[in-house]
Design a protein around this ligand. Structure first.
Ligand SMILES: *Cc1c(COP(=O)(O)O)cnc(C)c1O
Length: 481
């Protein structure tokens, strides 16, 4: 017998109450957590209780004991890493996803989810200007979206080199040369590791972290030359070398974009597969005034982005886009006979992602896009960039603040003279709690990194951030001998 709604009612009502209270607290609460995981553990750990607790009480317990250890990541004054808040329609849709409880692997089993995710995928391709024949897969985050795009690349490159990856595996396969820019996100190296492809060749970047297209061309030439040299390995074969070039839309320190048109042209001249890590930056393509940053990006073969960053849907929601559906479905598809195959050839959702069972994470994306429309997405991403520009301008006016990057998108990287002062300011800001900004290292210096990624960040938040940095710097200076 199905339980109906009755057993859920009190627990869900409690969850709504706590969620509303949490959201209400965002505009004025301190951003950082007040307790460390070690202290918090006592409330959750210990011997597993012999008897249980009523669902609504569990929710009350969770909410009240977790609160001191929560970071106000949905706050407009949170500028850490590259995170993003959550849009109302996306959050509510995410709750629905949990209550619908659909296993989203197969079209025939859950046609509504398949249709909604297919529509969300089509909207994304339109919005980001990517080829309409591409497959779209909803994964956990950009790390897995990079992995997924690169797995499709690996399959295609080896197939074109005459190697059957599915049957013969990687051992003894022709080497795939992977090339990345000096300032790629480290998750690309991680994806290469998952894929058994070793360490990449690293090409120098310019002052903003953009790959140097001329250096990329030289690296590609060197691979081609080594291949044609007498005595090149027996497994190398003839024809163009299998090459995977990874580019980046949005450097986490500078927000800069690789020069796609030039970098893709030289890569294609060498027969390479081009993958783009656009975790937060690919969304620039949705803003007419910023679309110049991504010019040429549609010439790549695969793209990774996050909906949980610039679009502001809840975790977890990465998106893998692959122009070559055969490569993606061969790399990710499951062909076990117990799974009924979709008859119309549209492809089951599970054929485009590493997972089989998963939540319907494309649904909040659809809801976010439906609630914003094309204009709303453009306005949201434009506002992130204009707030970053305004923030950078006001910070640069403070004596002792150096803005290290050209602020053209959502990222700002600051230094305060020497490393010790910069570290001091970062620590002071976190202790103060008005804002949260991440300490990092860039170009051999300690830096303070700011990301404007939350749809709620407004002029008052920008002003609060400027004031907080000013006060932190003064405090650190006063304490110096
Ligand atoms: C955030 C980010 C990633 C990793 O994304 P996850 O969603 O955390 O897996 C990869 N690349 C870039 C450029 C990023 O900003």
């Amino acid at each position: 017998m199905s339980a109906g709604a009755e057993p859920y009612q009190e627990a869900l009502a409690a969850a709504v109450r706590h969620a509303i209270r949490w959201l209400e607290s965002q505009p004025h609460r301190r951003v950082g957590p007040q307790q460390a995981a070690k202290e918090l553990l006592a409330a959750f750990d210990g011997e597993l209780p012999q008897s249980g607790m009523a669902p609504a009480e569990v929710v009350d317990y969770l909410a009240s004991h977790a609160e001191p250890g929560l970071m106000a990541m949905p706050s407009g004054r949170f500028f850490g890493w590259v995170i993003g808040g959550t849009l109302p329609a996306a959050m509510a849709a995410d709750w629905l996803v949990s209550s619908w409880d659909q296993n989203s692997a197969m079209r025939y089993a859950t046609p509504a989810i398949a249709a909604i995710e297919e529509a969300a995928g089509n909207w994304l391709l339109q919005l980001l200007g990517l080829p309409e024949e591409s497959d779209v897969g909803f994964v956990t985050g950009a790390t897995m979206a990079n992995f997924t795009g690169m797995a499709a690349a690996r399959w295609r490159l080896l197939k074109d080199a005459g190697w059957n990856l599915d049957r013969d595996g990687l051992f003894g396969a022709p080497r795939i040369h992977c090339i990345v820019g000096e300032e790629r996100h480290e998750t690309l190296d991680l994806a290469l590791r998952y894929l058994g492809m070793g360490s990449p060749t690293v090409v120098p970047a310019d002052s903003q972290g953009r790959i140097d297209a001329a250096e990329l061309d030289c690296a590609l030439d060197r691979i081609a030359l080594a291949r044609s040299a007498p005595g090149s390995g027996p497994t190398e074969g003839s024809g163009p070398a299998p090459i995977l070039v990874c580019l980046q839309a949005g450097n986490v320190h500078s927000g800069a974009f690789d020069p796609f048109a030039a970098a893709i042209a030289v890569s294609k001249a060498h027969g390479a597969w081009v993958h783009v890590d656009g975790a937060f930056g690919l969304w620039a393509a949705a803003v007419p005034e910023l679309a110049g940053l991504t010019t040429g990006v549609e010439g790549a073969d695969s793209w990774a982005t996050d909906a949980h960053k610039s679009l502001n849907v809840p975790y977890d929601c990465g998106i893998a886009v692959v122009r070559d559906p055969q490569a993606l479905r061969s790399a990710m598809g499951q062909h076990a006979s117990y799974l009924l195959q979709d008859a119309d050839g549209s492809g089951d959702p599970s054929h485009k992602v590493p997972e089989l069972s998963r939540r319907a994470r494309g649904v909040p994306v659809w809801a976010a896009l439906k609630s914003l429309g094309r204009d709303g997405v453009a306005e949201q991403v434009r506002r992130l960039a204009t707030s970053a520009a305004r923030l950078a301008e006001q910070l640069a006016a403070i004596d002792g603040v150096e803005v290290l990057n050209d602020v053209g998108f959502t990222q700002i990287t600051l230094a305060f003279g020497d490393d010790a002062t910069t570290r001091g300011v970062a620590a002071r800001l976190i202790a103060d709690g008005t804002v949260w900004m991440s300490g990092s290292r860039w170009h051999g210096r300690d830096v303070l990194r700011i990301s404007v990624s939350n749809w709620t960040t407004d002029a008052a938040d920008v002003a609060a951030a400027v004031e907080a940095v000013k006060v932190a710097l003064e405090t650190v200076r006063r304490s110096q001998p």
